[in-house]
Design a protein around this ligand. Structure first.
Ligand code: ACO
Ligand code: KIV
Ligand code: MN
Length: 511
Protein backbone atom coordinates (compact mmCIF):
# COMPACT_ATOMS: atom_id res chain seq x y z
CA UNK A 1 0.00 0.00 0.00
CA UNK A 2 1.38 3.45 -0.95
CA UNK A 3 0.77 6.12 1.65
CA UNK A 4 1.27 9.71 0.53
CA UNK A 5 3.42 11.48 3.08
CA UNK A 6 3.53 15.15 4.01
CA UNK A 7 6.66 17.13 3.14
CA UNK A 8 8.83 17.90 6.17
CA UNK A 9 10.56 21.24 5.55
CA UNK A 10 14.21 21.13 6.62
CA UNK A 11 15.30 24.54 7.91
CA UNK A 12 19.04 24.60 8.54
CA UNK A 13 20.32 27.20 11.00
CA UNK A 14 23.99 26.17 11.15
CA UNK A 15 24.97 29.60 9.83
CA UNK A 16 22.85 31.47 12.40
CA UNK A 17 22.14 29.50 15.59
CA UNK A 18 25.10 27.18 14.92
CA UNK A 19 27.33 30.21 14.62
CA UNK A 20 26.09 31.50 17.99
CA UNK A 21 28.10 28.69 19.58
CA UNK A 22 31.05 30.40 21.30
CA UNK A 23 34.08 30.15 19.02
CA UNK A 24 32.14 29.14 15.89
CA UNK A 25 31.98 32.49 14.08
CA UNK A 26 32.27 32.19 10.33
CA UNK A 27 33.39 34.60 7.64
CA UNK A 28 31.30 35.50 4.61
CA UNK A 29 33.34 33.16 2.39
CA UNK A 30 32.98 30.29 4.86
CA UNK A 31 29.22 30.81 5.07
CA UNK A 32 28.95 30.75 1.29
CA UNK A 33 30.90 27.48 1.13
CA UNK A 34 28.67 25.82 3.70
CA UNK A 35 25.49 27.23 2.14
CA UNK A 36 26.54 25.80 -1.23
CA UNK A 37 26.82 22.35 0.35
CA UNK A 38 23.45 22.77 2.08
CA UNK A 39 21.86 23.70 -1.23
CA UNK A 40 23.43 20.64 -2.86
CA UNK A 41 21.95 18.57 -0.04
CA UNK A 42 18.55 20.07 -0.95
CA UNK A 43 17.94 21.80 2.36
CA UNK A 44 14.68 23.76 1.98
CA UNK A 45 15.56 26.86 4.02
CA UNK A 46 19.04 28.13 4.90
CA UNK A 47 19.10 30.65 7.76
CA UNK A 48 22.27 32.48 6.73
CA UNK A 49 22.64 34.86 9.66
CA UNK A 50 21.27 37.74 11.69
CA UNK A 51 21.65 40.69 9.29
CA UNK A 52 21.66 43.42 11.96
CA UNK A 53 24.27 41.67 14.11
CA UNK A 54 27.21 43.20 12.21
CA UNK A 55 28.22 44.57 8.81
CA UNK A 56 30.05 41.27 8.21
CA UNK A 57 26.97 39.20 8.92
CA UNK A 58 24.83 41.48 6.75
CA UNK A 59 27.26 40.90 3.87
CA UNK A 60 27.37 37.17 4.59
CA UNK A 61 23.57 36.87 4.34
CA UNK A 62 23.70 38.99 1.19
CA UNK A 63 26.41 36.79 -0.37
CA UNK A 64 24.52 33.59 0.47
CA UNK A 65 21.34 35.11 -0.97
CA UNK A 66 23.18 35.94 -4.20
CA UNK A 67 24.83 32.51 -4.47
CA UNK A 68 22.08 30.08 -3.50
CA UNK A 69 19.40 29.54 -6.13
CA UNK A 70 17.39 26.48 -5.10
CA UNK A 71 16.96 26.86 -1.34
CA UNK A 72 15.14 29.68 0.41
CA UNK A 73 17.60 32.01 2.18
CA UNK A 74 16.55 33.49 5.50
CA UNK A 75 17.74 36.19 7.90
CA UNK A 76 16.78 36.50 11.55
CA UNK A 77 15.38 39.81 12.87
CA UNK A 78 14.13 40.89 16.27
CA UNK A 79 10.55 42.14 16.28
CA UNK A 80 11.61 45.68 15.57
CA UNK A 81 11.82 47.97 12.57
CA UNK A 82 15.61 48.39 12.12
CA UNK A 83 16.22 44.61 12.32
CA UNK A 84 13.51 43.91 9.76
CA UNK A 85 14.73 46.56 7.34
CA UNK A 86 18.27 45.20 7.57
CA UNK A 87 17.07 41.63 7.02
CA UNK A 88 14.93 42.72 4.06
CA UNK A 89 17.90 44.56 2.48
CA UNK A 90 20.22 41.60 2.93
CA UNK A 91 17.79 39.33 1.07
CA UNK A 92 17.09 41.65 -1.87
CA UNK A 93 18.93 39.44 -4.38
CA UNK A 94 17.58 36.12 -3.12
CA UNK A 95 15.62 33.95 -5.54
CA UNK A 96 13.47 33.10 -2.55
CA UNK A 97 13.96 35.05 0.68
CA UNK A 98 12.43 34.66 4.13
CA UNK A 99 12.44 37.02 7.09
CA UNK A 100 12.38 35.22 10.41
CA UNK A 101 11.22 37.56 13.14
CA UNK A 102 10.85 36.64 16.79
CA UNK A 103 10.00 37.86 20.26
CA UNK A 104 9.95 36.07 23.60
CA UNK A 105 6.53 35.07 24.97
CA UNK A 106 7.35 33.36 28.28
CA UNK A 107 6.55 35.20 31.54
CA UNK A 108 10.21 35.09 32.64
CA UNK A 109 11.54 36.55 29.36
CA UNK A 110 8.82 39.19 29.06
CA UNK A 111 9.19 40.36 32.64
CA UNK A 112 12.95 40.31 33.15
CA UNK A 113 14.53 40.49 29.70
CA UNK A 114 12.14 42.48 27.53
CA UNK A 115 10.61 44.29 30.52
CA UNK A 116 7.38 44.47 28.55
CA UNK A 117 3.74 43.73 29.24
CA UNK A 118 2.29 40.75 27.33
CA UNK A 119 -0.12 43.00 25.42
CA UNK A 120 2.80 45.12 24.17
CA UNK A 121 4.66 42.00 23.11
CA UNK A 122 1.61 40.88 21.15
CA UNK A 123 1.27 44.27 19.48
CA UNK A 124 4.99 44.41 18.60
CA UNK A 125 4.87 40.90 17.14
CA UNK A 126 2.00 41.79 14.84
CA UNK A 127 3.70 45.01 13.72
CA UNK A 128 6.93 43.11 13.04
CA UNK A 129 5.19 40.53 10.86
CA UNK A 130 3.39 43.27 8.93
CA UNK A 131 6.65 45.14 8.29
CA UNK A 132 8.42 41.97 7.24
CA UNK A 133 5.63 41.27 4.73
CA UNK A 134 6.54 44.52 2.99
CA UNK A 135 9.83 42.87 1.98
CA UNK A 136 8.71 39.31 1.26
CA UNK A 137 5.63 37.07 1.27
CA UNK A 138 7.61 34.46 3.19
CA UNK A 139 7.58 35.47 6.86
CA UNK A 140 8.27 33.21 9.81
CA UNK A 141 7.41 34.18 13.36
CA UNK A 142 8.99 32.56 16.43
CA UNK A 143 7.72 32.66 19.98
CA UNK A 144 11.06 32.62 21.76
CA UNK A 145 11.01 30.43 24.89
CA UNK A 146 7.67 29.08 23.61
CA UNK A 147 7.94 25.85 25.58
CA UNK A 148 7.81 27.90 28.82
CA UNK A 149 5.01 30.22 27.65
CA UNK A 150 1.39 30.33 28.86
CA UNK A 151 -0.80 28.36 26.42
CA UNK A 152 -3.64 30.90 26.29
CA UNK A 153 -1.24 33.75 25.51
CA UNK A 154 0.43 31.67 22.80
CA UNK A 155 -2.93 30.91 21.15
CA UNK A 156 -3.74 34.64 20.97
CA UNK A 157 -0.37 35.77 19.66
CA UNK A 158 -0.21 32.95 17.08
CA UNK A 159 -3.71 33.71 15.78
CA UNK A 160 -2.77 37.39 15.49
CA UNK A 161 0.55 36.89 13.66
CA UNK A 162 -0.98 34.44 11.20
CA UNK A 163 -3.65 37.05 10.49
CA UNK A 164 -0.86 39.62 10.01
CA UNK A 165 0.77 37.42 7.35
CA UNK A 166 3.13 34.91 8.99
CA UNK A 167 3.15 31.66 7.00
CA UNK A 168 5.37 29.70 9.41
CA UNK A 169 4.96 29.60 13.18
CA UNK A 170 7.92 28.35 15.15
CA UNK A 171 7.59 27.41 18.83
CA UNK A 172 11.14 26.87 20.05
CA UNK A 173 12.34 25.03 23.08
CA UNK A 174 14.88 27.83 23.48
CA UNK A 175 16.45 26.60 26.70
CA UNK A 176 16.19 22.84 26.11
CA UNK A 177 13.71 22.41 28.95
CA UNK A 178 11.09 20.44 27.04
CA UNK A 179 10.42 16.73 27.33
CA UNK A 180 9.24 14.81 24.24
CA UNK A 181 5.72 13.87 25.32
CA UNK A 182 4.97 17.27 26.82
CA UNK A 183 6.53 19.28 23.95
CA UNK A 184 4.69 17.22 21.30
CA UNK A 185 1.38 17.59 23.17
CA UNK A 186 1.91 21.37 23.29
CA UNK A 187 1.86 21.51 19.46
CA UNK A 188 -1.25 19.35 19.30
CA UNK A 189 -3.07 21.70 21.65
CA UNK A 190 -1.84 24.83 19.85
CA UNK A 191 -2.98 23.50 16.46
CA UNK A 192 -6.38 22.54 17.94
CA UNK A 193 -6.89 25.83 19.78
CA UNK A 194 -5.71 28.43 17.27
CA UNK A 195 -8.68 29.07 14.95
CA UNK A 196 -6.57 29.85 11.84
CA UNK A 197 -3.82 27.28 12.50
CA UNK A 198 -4.55 25.64 9.13
CA UNK A 199 -3.18 28.78 7.41
CA UNK A 200 0.37 28.21 8.68
CA UNK A 201 3.09 25.59 8.81
CA UNK A 202 4.14 24.83 12.38
CA UNK A 203 7.84 24.54 13.13
CA UNK A 204 10.03 23.10 15.86
CA UNK A 205 13.39 24.45 17.03
CA UNK A 206 15.01 22.56 19.90
CA UNK A 207 18.10 22.95 22.02
CA UNK A 208 20.01 20.09 23.53
CA UNK A 209 20.57 21.16 27.15
CA UNK A 210 19.10 17.85 28.39
CA UNK A 211 20.19 15.86 25.34
CA UNK A 212 16.58 15.79 24.11
CA UNK A 213 16.69 18.12 21.10
CA UNK A 214 16.20 15.44 18.46
CA UNK A 215 13.63 13.48 20.50
CA UNK A 216 11.65 16.67 21.13
CA UNK A 217 11.78 17.65 17.45
CA UNK A 218 10.55 14.22 16.36
CA UNK A 219 7.77 14.28 18.92
CA UNK A 220 6.69 17.64 17.49
CA UNK A 221 6.61 16.08 14.02
CA UNK A 222 4.35 13.32 15.36
CA UNK A 223 2.01 16.04 16.59
CA UNK A 224 1.52 18.02 13.39
CA UNK A 225 4.74 20.01 12.94
CA UNK A 226 5.93 20.16 9.32
CA UNK A 227 9.17 22.19 9.61
CA UNK A 228 12.20 21.21 11.68
CA UNK A 229 14.93 23.73 12.49
CA UNK A 230 18.26 22.02 12.95
CA UNK A 231 22.02 22.29 12.40
CA UNK A 232 24.82 20.20 10.94
CA UNK A 233 26.59 18.20 13.67
CA UNK A 234 24.07 19.65 16.16
CA UNK A 235 26.22 22.80 16.35
CA UNK A 236 24.56 25.61 18.32
CA UNK A 237 24.10 27.66 21.49
CA UNK A 238 25.27 25.95 24.69
CA UNK A 239 24.74 22.18 24.22
CA UNK A 240 23.69 22.75 20.60
CA UNK A 241 20.62 22.48 18.42
CA UNK A 242 18.82 19.40 17.11
CA UNK A 243 21.12 17.73 14.61
CA UNK A 244 20.02 17.79 10.96
CA UNK A 245 21.59 14.44 10.13
CA UNK A 246 19.85 12.69 13.02
CA UNK A 247 16.41 14.14 12.23
CA UNK A 248 16.68 13.38 8.51
CA UNK A 249 17.95 9.85 9.01
CA UNK A 250 15.42 9.07 11.76
CA UNK A 251 12.54 10.05 9.50
CA UNK A 252 14.02 8.10 6.59
CA UNK A 253 15.00 5.00 8.55
CA UNK A 254 11.67 4.78 10.41
CA UNK A 255 9.41 5.39 7.44
CA UNK A 256 7.06 2.94 9.11
CA UNK A 257 6.50 5.47 11.93
CA UNK A 258 6.78 9.01 10.63
CA UNK A 259 4.06 10.50 8.43
CA UNK A 260 6.57 12.71 6.58
CA UNK A 261 9.36 12.66 4.00
CA UNK A 262 12.22 15.12 3.58
CA UNK A 263 13.65 16.02 0.19
CA UNK A 264 17.23 15.78 1.50
CA UNK A 265 19.94 14.13 -0.62
CA UNK A 266 21.49 12.25 2.26
CA UNK A 267 24.69 11.34 0.40
CA UNK A 268 25.95 14.89 1.05
CA UNK A 269 25.60 14.61 4.83
CA UNK A 270 29.13 13.43 5.72
CA UNK A 271 30.99 15.84 3.39
CA UNK A 272 28.93 18.73 4.79
CA UNK A 273 29.56 17.61 8.36
CA UNK A 274 33.30 17.57 7.64
CA UNK A 275 33.23 21.00 6.06
CA UNK A 276 31.40 22.50 9.06
CA UNK A 277 33.82 20.79 11.44
CA UNK A 278 36.90 22.01 9.59
CA UNK A 279 35.62 25.58 9.21
CA UNK A 280 34.55 25.95 12.83
CA UNK A 281 37.37 23.86 14.31
CA UNK A 282 34.77 21.87 16.30
CA UNK A 283 35.71 18.19 16.03
CA UNK A 284 32.95 15.60 15.66
CA UNK A 285 33.05 13.04 18.47
CA UNK A 286 33.78 9.52 17.11
CA UNK A 287 30.55 8.08 18.53
CA UNK A 288 28.32 10.85 17.11
CA UNK A 289 25.31 9.36 15.31
CA UNK A 290 25.55 9.27 11.49
CA UNK A 291 28.66 11.47 11.08
CA UNK A 292 31.02 10.20 13.82
CA UNK A 293 34.03 8.18 12.64
CA UNK A 294 32.70 5.11 14.48
CA UNK A 295 29.06 5.42 13.38
CA UNK A 296 29.60 2.66 10.82
CA UNK A 297 32.71 0.99 12.29
CA UNK A 298 32.76 -2.34 14.14
CA UNK A 299 35.54 -3.81 16.26
CA UNK A 300 33.63 -6.47 18.21
CA UNK A 301 34.01 -9.97 16.86
CA UNK A 302 30.37 -10.94 17.32
CA UNK A 303 29.20 -7.84 15.48
CA UNK A 304 31.81 -8.25 12.73
CA UNK A 305 30.78 -11.86 12.23
CA UNK A 306 27.13 -10.76 12.00
CA UNK A 307 27.93 -7.99 9.51
CA UNK A 308 29.97 -10.35 7.34
CA UNK A 309 27.05 -12.80 7.25
CA UNK A 310 24.32 -10.19 6.75
CA UNK A 311 24.93 -6.44 7.07
CA UNK A 312 21.53 -5.60 8.55
CA UNK A 313 22.27 -7.66 11.68
CA UNK A 314 24.10 -4.65 13.12
CA UNK A 315 23.46 -1.72 10.79
CA UNK A 316 20.12 0.06 10.44
CA UNK A 317 21.42 2.46 7.77
CA UNK A 318 23.90 2.11 4.94
CA UNK A 319 27.15 4.06 5.33
CA UNK A 320 27.05 4.87 1.59
CA UNK A 321 23.62 6.50 1.95
CA UNK A 322 24.97 9.24 4.22
CA UNK A 323 28.18 9.84 2.32
CA UNK A 324 30.70 7.48 3.92
CA UNK A 325 32.59 5.41 1.34
CA UNK A 326 31.65 2.22 3.17
CA UNK A 327 31.35 0.72 6.62
CA UNK A 328 34.56 -0.42 8.38
CA UNK A 329 35.60 -3.52 10.23
CA UNK A 330 38.37 -2.40 12.59
CA UNK A 331 40.67 -5.10 13.95
CA UNK A 332 41.49 -4.95 17.63
CA UNK A 333 41.34 -6.77 20.93
CA UNK A 334 37.59 -7.45 20.61
CA UNK A 335 37.77 -8.93 17.12
CA UNK A 336 37.15 -12.60 16.43
CA UNK A 337 38.29 -15.18 13.92
CA UNK A 338 35.72 -14.30 11.24
CA UNK A 339 36.87 -10.70 10.81
CA UNK A 340 40.59 -11.52 11.05
CA UNK A 341 40.25 -14.27 8.47
CA UNK A 342 38.17 -12.03 6.19
CA UNK A 343 40.82 -9.29 6.32
CA UNK A 344 43.60 -11.77 5.55
CA UNK A 345 41.57 -12.98 2.58
CA UNK A 346 41.29 -9.40 1.34
CA UNK A 347 45.09 -9.22 1.61
CA UNK A 348 45.35 -12.40 -0.49
CA UNK A 349 46.24 -14.77 2.36
CA UNK A 350 44.18 -17.94 2.85
CA UNK A 351 44.61 -20.69 5.43
CA UNK A 352 44.21 -24.29 4.36
CA UNK A 353 45.14 -25.58 7.81
CA UNK A 354 42.79 -24.49 10.64
CA UNK A 355 45.51 -25.22 13.21
CA UNK A 356 47.86 -22.80 11.45
CA UNK A 357 45.20 -20.08 11.61
CA UNK A 358 44.54 -20.78 15.31
CA UNK A 359 48.20 -20.17 16.16
CA UNK A 360 48.14 -16.96 14.17
CA UNK A 361 44.90 -15.85 15.77
CA UNK A 362 46.42 -16.31 19.23
CA UNK A 363 49.34 -14.08 18.18
CA UNK A 364 46.83 -11.57 16.89
CA UNK A 365 45.10 -11.44 20.29
CA UNK A 366 48.41 -11.09 22.12
CA UNK A 367 49.39 -8.16 19.96
CA UNK A 368 45.89 -6.62 20.21
CA UNK A 369 46.25 -6.59 24.00
CA UNK A 370 49.07 -4.11 23.52
CA UNK A 371 47.83 -2.01 20.60
CA UNK A 372 44.62 -0.05 20.03
CA UNK A 373 44.25 -1.14 16.46
CA UNK A 374 45.79 -3.85 14.32
CA UNK A 375 46.74 -2.65 10.86
CA UNK A 376 47.49 -4.59 7.69
CA UNK A 377 51.23 -4.27 8.32
CA UNK A 378 50.70 -5.92 11.72
CA UNK A 379 48.80 -8.78 10.10
CA UNK A 380 51.68 -9.24 7.65
CA UNK A 381 54.25 -9.31 10.40
CA UNK A 382 52.19 -11.82 12.39
CA UNK A 383 52.45 -14.22 9.46
CA UNK A 384 56.23 -13.92 9.43
CA UNK A 385 56.23 -14.94 13.07
CA UNK A 386 58.39 -11.95 13.95
CA UNK A 387 59.22 -11.46 17.57
CA UNK A 388 56.91 -9.06 19.34
CA UNK A 389 58.30 -5.79 18.02
CA UNK A 390 56.93 -3.67 20.80
CA UNK A 391 59.59 -4.92 23.19
CA UNK A 392 62.35 -4.12 20.73
CA UNK A 393 61.95 -0.36 20.94
CA UNK A 394 60.69 1.52 23.90
CA UNK A 395 59.89 5.16 24.35
CA UNK A 396 61.50 6.06 27.63
CA UNK A 397 61.02 9.75 27.67
CA UNK A 398 59.48 12.56 25.70
CA UNK A 399 59.60 16.03 27.08
CA UNK A 400 58.86 19.40 25.59
CA UNK A 401 60.10 22.54 27.26
CA UNK A 402 59.41 26.14 26.44
CA UNK A 403 62.26 28.48 27.18
CA UNK A 404 60.94 31.93 27.87
CA UNK A 405 61.58 34.25 24.96
CA UNK A 406 62.70 31.45 22.67
CA UNK A 407 61.36 28.48 20.76
CA UNK A 408 60.25 25.26 22.49
CA UNK A 409 62.67 22.35 22.80
CA UNK A 410 61.71 18.70 22.61
CA UNK A 411 63.73 15.88 24.09
CA UNK A 412 63.02 12.39 22.83
CA UNK A 413 64.60 9.31 24.41
CA UNK A 414 64.30 5.76 23.15
CA UNK A 415 65.90 2.49 24.13
CA UNK A 416 66.68 0.35 21.14
CA UNK A 417 67.79 -3.18 22.10
CA UNK A 418 68.61 -1.85 25.52
CA UNK A 419 70.72 0.97 24.19
CA UNK A 420 69.57 4.45 25.13
CA UNK A 421 69.30 6.83 22.26
CA UNK A 422 68.27 10.37 22.95
CA UNK A 423 68.20 13.68 21.22
CA UNK A 424 67.06 17.19 21.71
CA UNK A 425 65.82 19.71 19.18
CA UNK A 426 64.37 23.14 18.95
CA UNK A 427 61.43 24.11 16.74
CA UNK A 428 59.09 26.93 16.00
CA UNK A 429 56.33 25.23 18.01
CA UNK A 430 56.04 22.13 20.22
CA UNK A 431 54.99 19.89 17.33
CA UNK A 432 57.79 21.15 15.13
CA UNK A 433 60.29 20.63 17.95
CA UNK A 434 59.14 17.04 18.40
CA UNK A 435 59.49 16.33 14.71
CA UNK A 436 62.96 17.79 14.68
CA UNK A 437 63.85 15.54 17.60
CA UNK A 438 62.51 12.54 15.72
CA UNK A 439 64.45 13.58 12.67
CA UNK A 440 67.68 13.73 14.60
CA UNK A 441 67.17 10.20 16.04
CA UNK A 442 66.44 8.93 12.57
CA UNK A 443 69.47 10.76 11.25
CA UNK A 444 71.72 8.83 13.65
CA UNK A 445 70.61 5.56 12.00
CA UNK A 446 72.52 5.74 8.74
CA UNK A 447 70.47 3.07 7.02
CA UNK A 448 67.17 4.64 8.06
CA UNK A 449 65.60 7.43 6.07
CA UNK A 450 62.81 9.66 7.28
CA UNK A 451 60.41 9.97 4.41
CA UNK A 452 57.77 12.30 5.74
CA UNK A 453 56.05 13.38 8.92
CA UNK A 454 52.45 14.44 8.71
CA UNK A 455 50.48 15.87 11.57
CA UNK A 456 46.73 16.19 11.41
CA UNK A 457 45.69 18.38 14.29
CA UNK A 458 42.17 18.83 15.49
CA UNK A 459 41.29 22.17 16.90
CA UNK A 460 44.56 22.93 18.60
CA UNK A 461 48.14 21.76 18.36
CA UNK A 462 47.57 19.44 21.26
CA UNK A 463 45.08 17.02 19.70
CA UNK A 464 45.24 14.85 16.65
CA UNK A 465 47.10 12.14 14.85
CA UNK A 466 50.53 11.87 13.30
CA UNK A 467 51.84 9.72 10.50
CA UNK A 468 55.58 9.07 10.32
CA UNK A 469 56.89 7.41 7.17
CA UNK A 470 60.27 5.71 7.32
CA UNK A 471 62.28 3.89 4.72
CA UNK A 472 65.01 1.31 5.19
CA UNK A 473 66.54 -0.75 2.40
CA UNK A 474 63.97 0.58 -0.02
CA UNK A 475 61.05 -0.57 2.15
CA UNK A 476 58.61 2.13 3.11
CA UNK A 477 56.41 1.87 6.19
CA UNK A 478 53.93 4.11 7.91
CA UNK A 479 53.63 4.58 11.63
CA UNK A 480 50.42 6.13 12.78
CA UNK A 481 49.92 7.54 16.24
CA UNK A 482 46.83 9.19 17.64
CA UNK A 483 46.45 10.79 20.99
CA UNK A 484 44.94 13.74 22.74
CA UNK A 485 48.52 14.92 23.06
CA UNK A 486 50.09 15.29 19.66
CA UNK A 487 53.59 15.06 21.11
CA UNK A 488 52.94 11.62 22.48
CA UNK A 489 51.15 10.79 19.24
CA UNK A 490 54.20 11.67 17.19
CA UNK A 491 56.45 9.57 19.38
CA UNK A 492 54.03 6.67 19.18
CA UNK A 493 53.90 7.03 15.42
CA UNK A 494 57.68 7.02 15.27
CA UNK A 495 57.86 3.91 17.43
CA UNK A 496 55.19 2.25 15.39
CA UNK A 497 57.19 2.85 12.24
CA UNK A 498 60.38 1.54 13.83
CA UNK A 499 58.57 -1.57 15.03
CA UNK A 500 57.18 -2.28 11.61
CA UNK A 501 60.59 -1.87 10.06
CA UNK A 502 62.06 -4.23 12.60
CA UNK A 503 59.49 -6.90 11.87
CA UNK A 504 59.88 -6.45 8.11
CA UNK A 505 63.66 -6.70 8.36
CA UNK A 506 63.52 -9.85 10.45
CA UNK A 507 61.08 -11.32 7.97
CA UNK A 508 63.41 -10.44 5.08
CA UNK A 509 66.30 -12.10 6.93
CA UNK A 510 64.14 -15.21 7.46
CA UNK A 511 64.02 -14.80 11.24
C1 ACO B 1 17.20 32.56 21.17
C2 ACO B 1 18.12 33.23 20.20
O1 ACO B 1 18.96 32.60 19.64
S1 ACO B 1 17.84 34.87 19.93
C3 ACO B 1 19.14 35.35 18.87
C4 ACO B 1 20.37 35.59 19.65
N1 ACO B 1 21.44 36.02 18.80
C5 ACO B 1 22.14 37.12 19.01
O2 ACO B 1 21.90 37.88 19.96
C6 ACO B 1 23.30 37.36 18.06
C7 ACO B 1 23.33 38.75 17.45
N2 ACO B 1 23.09 39.79 18.41
C8 ACO B 1 23.71 41.01 18.33
O3 ACO B 1 24.59 41.26 17.52
C9 ACO B 1 23.23 42.07 19.25
O4 ACO B 1 22.69 41.48 20.43
C10 ACO B 1 22.15 42.95 18.57
C11 ACO B 1 22.82 43.72 17.42
C12 ACO B 1 21.02 42.13 18.01
C13 ACO B 1 21.57 43.94 19.57
O5 ACO B 1 22.61 44.61 20.19
P1 ACO B 1 22.30 45.77 21.27
O6 ACO B 1 21.40 46.79 20.63
O7 ACO B 1 23.61 46.26 21.74
O8 ACO B 1 21.42 45.10 22.43
P2 ACO B 1 21.81 43.95 23.46
O9 ACO B 1 22.25 42.76 22.71
O10 ACO B 1 22.73 44.44 24.50
O11 ACO B 1 20.40 43.68 24.15
C14 ACO B 1 19.33 43.17 23.41
C15 ACO B 1 18.17 44.17 23.35
O12 ACO B 1 17.19 43.64 22.44
C16 ACO B 1 15.95 43.45 23.14
N3 ACO B 1 15.34 42.28 22.53
C17 ACO B 1 15.73 41.00 22.69
N4 ACO B 1 14.99 40.23 21.90
C18 ACO B 1 14.15 41.02 21.25
C19 ACO B 1 13.16 40.77 20.28
N5 ACO B 1 12.97 39.54 19.83
N6 ACO B 1 12.45 41.79 19.80
C20 ACO B 1 12.70 43.06 20.23
N7 ACO B 1 13.63 43.36 21.14
C21 ACO B 1 14.36 42.34 21.64
C22 ACO B 1 16.36 43.27 24.58
O13 ACO B 1 15.30 43.49 25.44
C23 ACO B 1 17.46 44.33 24.68
O14 ACO B 1 16.83 45.58 24.69
P3 ACO B 1 17.34 46.81 25.65
O15 ACO B 1 18.67 47.17 25.11
O16 ACO B 1 16.33 47.85 25.40
O17 ACO B 1 17.38 46.28 27.02
C1 KIV C 1 15.47 32.85 17.47
C2 KIV C 1 14.89 31.61 18.02
C3 KIV C 1 14.17 30.82 16.96
C4 KIV C 1 15.89 30.74 18.66
O1 KIV C 1 16.98 30.52 18.17
C5 KIV C 1 15.48 30.05 19.88
O2 KIV C 1 14.43 30.39 20.45
O3 KIV C 1 16.24 29.16 20.32
MN1 MN D 1 17.91 28.65 19.00
Amino acid sequence: MNTIKDKLVIFDTTLRDGEQSPGASMTKEEKVRIATMLERMKVDVIEAGFAIASQGDFEAVQAVAETVKDSTVCSLARAMGPDIIRAGESLKKANSGRIHTFIATSPIHMKYKLQMEPEDVLRQAVEAVKSARQFTDDVEFSLEDGSRSEPEFMYRIIEAVIKAGAGTINIPDTVGYGEPEEYGAMFKRVIENVPNSDKAIFSTHCHNDLGLAVANSLSAVMNGVRQVECTINGLGERAGNASLEEIVMAVRTRQDLYPVDTGIDTTHIVPTSRLVSSITGFPVQPNKAIVGANAFAHESGIHQDGILKHRETYEIMRAEDVGWGNNRLVLGKHSGRAAVKARYEELGVTFADPAEFSVLFQRFKDLADKKHEIFDEDLQSLISGAADPVEHYQLTDLEVRSKSGSNPRAQLQLTIDGEVCSCEAEGSGPVDATFKAIESVVGSNADLKLYSVNAVTQGTDSQGSVTVRLERDGRLVNGVGADTDILIASAKAYLDALNLLASKNSKAQGV
